[in-house]
Design a protein around this ligand. Structure first.
Ligand SMILES: Nc1ncnc2c1ncn2[C@@H]1O[C@H](COP(=O)(O)OP(=O)(O)OP(=O)(O)O)[C@@H](O)[C@H]1O
Ligand SMILES: [Mg+2]
Length: 230
């Protein structure tokens, strides 16, 4: 009988810790993600979800452990040059400028990528087709998030790093988000998603970040749990 070795994961987070401004934010985190896989990052405010994504995107270096992509350490500058081209990063900062139209705000990213022709269909898919030639100042919060998601679609890179992608989306927006993540994964893409809100991702591995400090007293505690705020 021939025993096949399981395939090496596309991304391996191997006992990784991370400090920011001298404070330890992540400690001994482990995860592995194969093509088509999804990782849901959950945990309290301040527990390190965004830090985890920033570390994958190369903005913060692990202080211990390794992040391996195809078995190679991504902190190696030569490897990182290739790895970063795999990443599609949706963060809290939406990088939307009023100097460009809604369409140009997507197209600009697509052109930088050397691609063409996906921006308008992506906007239409996200329900923003009729606003394509407006300035982003007319967009609501949820529509700005849809613009960001249209960018993710237009760029079409294999590894999606999504930080709270459903915040401000209405129900239909969340369904669209779930649909594009599923479609991306069916094509072999990877989705790593930090979220407080439920987002349906079949067979996603849940990585719950440990709270860094004991729970602090809040205004609700002071009310003695009466539920009356004002
Ligand atoms: N630039 C920074 N320097 C030092 N510490 C930081 C910096 N940015 C964030 N932190 C700290 O890192 C910790 C983790 O923050 P992070 O943004 O990763 O949490 P999070 O889990 O994404 O929280 P949230 O649910 O609020 O988005 C927090 O305690 C925060 O105060
Ligand atoms: Mg965060």
């Amino acid at each position: 009988m021939v025993l096949r070795k399981p395939p090496f994961p596309r991304i391996l987070i191997d006992n990784v810790s991370c400090t920011r401004s001298g404070a330890q934010i992540l400690r001994n985190v482990n995860a592995s993600i194969h093509d088509g896989g999804a990782l849901a990052l959950t945990g309290n405010n301040g527990s390190g979800k965004t830090t985890f994504l920033r570390m994958l995107a190369g903005f913060n270096r692990p202080s211990a452990g390794q992040i391996l992509w195809n078995g190679h350490d991504v902190t190696n500058p030569g490897i990182f040059q290739q790895f970063k081209l795999q990443l599609n990063w949706l963060s809290g900062k939406d990088c939307i400028t009023d100097r460009l139209t809604v369409l140009e705000n997507v197209l600009w990213f697509e052109l930088l990528e050397g691609k063409e022709g996906r921006s308008m269909p992506a906007l239409e898919f996200m329900g923003l087709g009729s606003l394509a030639h407006e300035r982003p100042r007319v967009l609501s919060m949820g529509q700005r998030k849809r613009l960001q998601l249209a960018r993710v679609l237009a760029l079409d890179r294999p590894i999606w790093l999504l930080d709270e992608p459903s915040v401000a989306l209405d129900d239909e927006g969340v369904r669209l988000l779930e649909h594009i993540i599923l479609d991306h994964r069916r094509k072999g893409g990877i989705a790593i998603v930090a979220t407080h809100l439920p987002i349906k991702m079949e067979d996603a591995v849940n990585l719950k970040m440990a709270a860094r400090f004991g729970r602090q007293q809040t205004f609700l505690d002071m009310l003695g749990g009466s539920g009356d705020i004002w």
